[in-house]
Design a protein around this ligand. Structure first.
Ligand code: NOJ
Ligand code: CA
Length: 734
């Protein structure tokens, strides 16, 4: 699909000059044996060639400094096929060409996007006459490459043992990473100099139910920053990730500290190969985003640019049924142990004692009505109900989980049909919940029945979940088999007009551009850990780290918006380790088109000031801009609402140190219409360090500013935040 949308256009003279100039390196390389690509703005220069041993290599500079030292590409196979590593010959080179695209997004951080890239392809041939190609794109914000294996007489399929794609970063940047876990991304981040990273020594599996860490590898996105001591590259930021992951395992990156090599290590499974692919086949894009600061990384949309355009809506309705929504749900009360997912007491084998209720079941008809009333009263769009279906007595901690859940049988105290009707009458979406407990075959068998039931009840969105070790055994959450499964859920759900929010997912690689019904996912250590992690919850620096790591890949169902921060009386040993304004700001900072307000209705009713912001903040945006930030320290993000009054929402979150910040309001002028006076009403939600029974007190202030030359100063206490709404003041009579 990607190939068919590619379109070469004439190169502007300036670009041709840049491209020609770049062909001088490596110095002794004849120009017909290397592909030189320069980004449209001239800052990134990439060279691809084969070295003296016939190994395909890449190297790259950014702003005149070496970014990638020679980095090899290659593959090894599990079926006796000779490796594609050395002894490769360049058969042909095409490019450079300029590739431009602009496209609309049905929902997201922006309503439309534009990108330009310099593209090229090298076709290689092995000594055994096996053909393969590497497509490369160099953009102003980074570079990407992927391998294509065409169909050919001597191969119709491949059993790939390993992909050896290197990204050997120059110097010794600081890396923010989570382990290259084959089953979970729900780790705290670690910060180490890249070339002395020891994943196993730093790895902790606190409160992670299923984890498989095999080597000195990290997951992606991994974010890096060159230290001030590296004067040539100081402050340059890079994020390494992948785009358009289909039919293939997720990639981790193994760090060879001795050789200073950073190389893909694919997630494996029960077979001697990691990927079995039919030809023709294209791997995901290996991506490297580069920016002069952390904000630049967060403002890149490279992964979307590398995905194929929107596919046709299988329902024939042009995806009009995919609707961004803010939701509340029967969720946090289970994480707090106020209620339970299950209904029945259990016998000594863990089996439900049917007819013997423990009385704490959360998903009852009555309790759901309470949430529906609350959601309707305060203008939310949806209500999630977890624990509605039978099986929760044995959902974790049991080896054989096949058949434990089905996705059509409600507990007897939850009247699904009646509740769906009441939700409809109130104009609310009843969001379905399918916890598979990683019994994936059970889910595969029931997907059609489950989605058909949802469609018949008017349910347009489902949260899925994959807690525990994958059945069948030997498969991993991030391996090829599961990547294919997750994709099947997206495609099958689309046939029924259903959108997905996937927990314990495969990472986001921009597929939402092609499949708009893949709205959100978890894929990181979210709010839930604050309720039950043995170490007391996520430390405050976790959120400004997520903003520059996990969130680079796409929307996250982090479930922000906790307002009762002490978790008292339910969880006396845990608390939400951030302030109230920080929780409000998260709904701006962490984009999710299906955005939760996680706390309990009674807690929101007790915090009307906080609720006012949560009610106002949209979850779908005309534009977004990270104003500034530092990985793991702080971030300030501004986003513009779609339509309406043209309001701008701003969120700032802090780590654990006191911080004073000043920002200019240029973003207001740049993105706003001319139909107003240039003055804005600014409403600010900030923390005051007056401790209340549930956390800090919140101050809401109102002010007006003149956008010309305006600077805003504010301070954030450790763990605090700041949330603002800027409303344009209209000209009289217009
Ligand atoms: C883990 C998910 O992250 C959480 O949101 C959900 O409540 C539980 N699994 C139960 O499905
Ligand atoms: Ca989870």
């Amino acid at each position: 699909m990607i190939a068919s949308m590619a379109r070469s256009i004439f190169l502007p003279p300036v670009l041709i000059a840049i491209l020609l100039c770049s062909c001088s390196h490596p110095a002794d390389m004849p120009s017909d044996e290397q592909l030189s690509l320069v980004s449209p703005d001239g800052r990134i220069a990439l060279r691809a060639y084969v070295d003296t041993e016939g190994r395909p290599m890449l190297e790259a500079d950014w702003a005149g400094q070496t970014l990638l030292t020679p980095s090899a590409l290659g593959f090894t196979f599990a079926d006796g096929r000779p490796p594609l590593r050395s002894h490769q010959r360049i058969a042909s080179i095409s490019g450079p060409a300029l590739f431009e695209q602009s496209y609309a997004l049905p929902w997201g951080e922006a309503d439309s996007l534009y990108s330009e890239a310099t593209t090229g392809t090298i076709d290689f041939v092995s000594q055994e006459n096996f053909h393969w190609s590497v497509d490369i794109r160099v953009m102003n914000d980074g570079m990407a490459y992927r391998t294509r294996f065409p169909a050919q007489p001597n191969a119709d399929s491949l059993f790939i043992a390993e992909e050896h794609s290197q990204m050997n970063l120059a110097g010794d940047p600081t890396a923010w990473w989570i382990p290259g876990d084959w089953d979970s991304y729900e780790h705290l981040y670690h910060q180490t100099p890249l070339w002395s990273t020891d994943v196993k020594a730093n790895w902790d599996s606190l409160a992670i139910l299923c984890t498989t860490v095999k080597s000195n590898a990290v997951n992606t996105p991994v974010t890096l920053r060159w230290p001030d001591s590296d004067s040539a590259r100081a402050g340059t930021h890079v994020a390494i990730h992948e785009a358009a992951l289909y039919d293939y395992p997720g990639a981790t990156f193994r760090i060879d500290t001795a050789q200073r090599v950073l190389e893909t290590e694919l997630v494996g499974g029960p077979h001697p190969w990691k990927a079995a692919v039919a030809l023709p086949f294209a791997t995901p894009w290996r991506t490297l985003t580069v920016a002069p600061d952390a904000a630049g990384l967060a403002n890149s949309r490279m992964a979307l640019h590398l995905n194929a355009p929107q596919t046709e809506d299988p329902t024939g309705n042009d995806w009009s049924w995919v609707k961004p929504m803010k939701y509340v749900g029967i969720w946090w009360e289970m994480h707090l142990d106020k209620a339970k997912w299950s209904r029945w007491n259990q016998d000594e084998n863990g089996d439900a004692i049917i007819g013997d209720p423990h009385g704490l079941h959360g998903a009852t008809t009555e309790n759901t009505r309470r949430y529906l009333d609350f959601a309707a009263k305060h203008g939310f769009d949806g209500v999630l109900v977890e624990g509605w279906n039978t099986g929760w007595e044995k959902w974790i901690g049991f080896d054989d989980r096949e058949g434990v859940f089905d996705f059509v049988t409600a507990y007897g105290d939850f009247d699904l049909v009646q509740i769906a009707e009441e939700a409809r009458q109130k104009g609310l979406q009843l969001i379905a919940h399918h916890e598979t407990s990683a019994a994936v075959t059970t889910y595969e068998h029931q997907m059609d029945t489950a989605y058909a039931l949802m469609a018949s009840l008017g349910q347009r969105a489902v949260k899925t979940g994959y807690v525990g070790p994958i059945i069948p055994r030997g498969e991993h959450h991030h391996g090829q088999w599961m990547v294919q499964h997750y994709q099947r859920t997206v495609e099958r759900a689309a046939q029924y007009g259903i959108s997905l929010n996937i927990h314990e997912p495969i990472k986001d690689t921009g597929i939402r551009r092609t499949w708009p019904n893949l709205m959100s996912r978890e894929g990181a250590r979210g709010q839930e850990f604050n309720a039950w992690a043995a170490n007391g919850g996520n430390p405050p620096e976790h959120n400004p780290t997520l903003a520059f790591t996990r969130l680079l890949s796409g929307p996250m169902d982090f479930t922000p918006g906790a307002v009762h921060l002490s978790l008292d009386p339910y969880k006396p040993n845990n608390r939400v380790n951030t302030s109230l304004a920080h929780q409000l700001a998260l709904s701006v900072v962490f984009h999710s088109p299906i955005q939760m307000a996680c706390d309990l209705p009674e807690h929101y009713e007790a915090h009307p000031k906080a609720l006012a912001f949560i009610k106002a903040v949209p979850c779908d945006w005309a534009w977004s801009e990270v104003i500034e930030g530092e990985v793991g320290e702080y971030i300030i993000t501004a986003r513009g609402e779609k339509g309406g009054q043209g309001r701008v929402f701003l969120g700032a979150i802090n780590n654990g140190v006191l911080r004073e910040l000043t920002f200019t309001t240029d973003f207001l002028r740049e993105h706003s219409s001319t139909n107003h006076t240039g003055r804005w009403l600014v409403e600010t939600w900030s923390d005051i360090p007056t401790f209340t029974a549930t956390g800090w007190a919140l101050a809401v202030t109102r002010d007006t500013i003149d956008v010309e030359g305006e600077k805003i100063n504010f301070a954030m206490l450790p763990g605090a935040g700041n949330a603002r709404i800027f409303t344009p003041l209209k000209k009289d009579g217009e």
